[in-house]
Design a protein around this ligand. Structure first.
Ligand code: NAD
Length: 351
């Protein structure tokens, strides 16, 4: 399996996005965030998306240098329209504004609509915790026919709708960041590309039968659906994401009268809270540490905190390189070649 150096891979992806019209600083930020997803072990949200981002830009579904525009709200509340810019650019812009508002007011709430894919939502929680803030994000995804079945249903009706919560903590923050589907749809694609099964309990066929075959979603036959995680609980959270991130922000839900042919469209409702304005200092930090120590003492060395698996993956991949399956690397290289990047430059990213 090819391994790629993160910095050279970032340059390669930035070069590709520049060739389809992104300004250098936009292309660099999107590339950094996509490579970071691979570094943190979330291959579903990294390199395998690059050809799709390129295609969506070429089709005019992404406006490469669009900034988010505040279209509503005042003070600590804001509604933003992403004007179909790259989500890694608009998402960071509105989160930075939310952090600034939380510094002033203690709590900020912001909605973002009409933005292209926001990628790994943990990126925005990391911005919040780096500023000493708690970040809470609800996201919905409208991208083609919906893929997630409601609890008790058999066909796709909702997006994979991630929820993310970041809490500052020394020496490393808590970053809880997951899709409300049993697994992210991109992980089904990764499994399909690698010819591997997906875990039991994640997929149903179009007839509602349980399946571990990724071809249920990406094969030639009629498409099945992803299940929510945790039965009715994950389904409820997915539905709430449709409402908070889709209906409340004005971006739209997976309700069928809304268009679903605009690329990968995310809506996001974010909250940023300054803990120092609510809790006692240093009591809050001490209590966070105490409860984390308490749960980890259950099985020392085996109980991880949310964010730990990603930090471990990153430590390994920074030094060993990022492993990419042959299909993903082949698709990425072919896309780069089509955009006029020389073979020598593409291969320079290989470790
Ligand atoms: N933009 C979008 O539309 C969209 C849609 C879906 C998912 N996503 C992103 O996809 C990524 C992957 O989502 P996923 O659902 O596959 O994630 P996942 O199932 O791998 O869960 C990840 C979360 O669980 C924590 N975790 C994992 N193992 C743990 C353990 N043993 N102990 C404690 N915590 C543990 C991780 O630290 C992380 O917070 C996320 O970054 C998410 O934001 C984005």
């Amino acid at each position: 399996m090819p391994r790629l150096a993160h910095d050279k891979l970032t340059d390669l992806v930035a070069g590709m996005l520049t060739r389809v019209g992104a300004a250098p600083e936009v292309a660099h930020q999107v590339a950094v965030d996509l490579v970071e997803a691979n570094l943190q072990g979330h291959d579903s949200h990294g390199m395998q998306l690059v050809p799709r981002y390129v295609e969506n830009t070429e089709k005019g579904l992404i406006t490469p240098n669009a900034m988010a525009e505040q279209v509503g709200g005042a003070g600590s509340l804001a509604v933003w329209d992403g004007h179909m810019g790259y989500g890694q650019w608009t998402g960071r812009q509105v989160t930075a504004a939310g952090i600034a508002a939380a510094r002033e007011h203690g709590l900020a709430c912001f909605g973002l609509r009409n933005t292209h894919h926001l990628g790994r939502i943990g990126a925005y929680a990391e911005m919040a915790v780096e500023a000493g803030m708690i970040g809470l994000f609800f996201v919905n995804a409208v991208s083609g026919a919906p893929v997630v079945s409601p609890f008790g249903g058999t066909d796709g009706r909702m997006g994979t709708n991630p929820i993310c919560i970041g809490i500052p903590k020394a020496p490393a923050p808590i970053i809880l960041d997951f899709a409300t589907s049993a697994i992210a749809v991109g992980k089904v694609k990764v499994a399909f590309n690698a010819g591997k099964p997906v875990p039991a309990g994640a997929l149903v066929t179009h007839e509602g039968a349980p399946s571990t075959d990724a071809a249920v979603m990406y094969g030639q036959g009629p498409r099945g659906a992803l299940l929510s995680f945790g039965g009715h609980k994950g389904y409820g959270l997915a539905l709430v994401c449709e409402i908070l991130a889709g209906a409340l922000t004005g971006g739209g839900t997976n309700e069928p009268k809304n268009p679903n042919n605009r690329g990968i469209v995310n809506g996001m409702l974010g909250f940023v809270l300054d803990p120092a304005r609510l809790a006692e200092t240093p009591g809050f930090g001490q209590e966070v540490q105490a409860i984390c120590d308490h749960v980890q003492a259950s099985a020392p060395g085996r109980v991880l905190l949310p964010g730990d698996p990603e930090r471990r993956a990153k430590a390994e991949r920074m030094t060993q390189g990022i492993p990419l399956d042959d299909v993903t690397w082949g698709d990425l290289s072919a896309c780069a070649t089509r955009l006029g990047i020389a073979e020598r430059e593409i291969r320079a990213a290989l470790v």
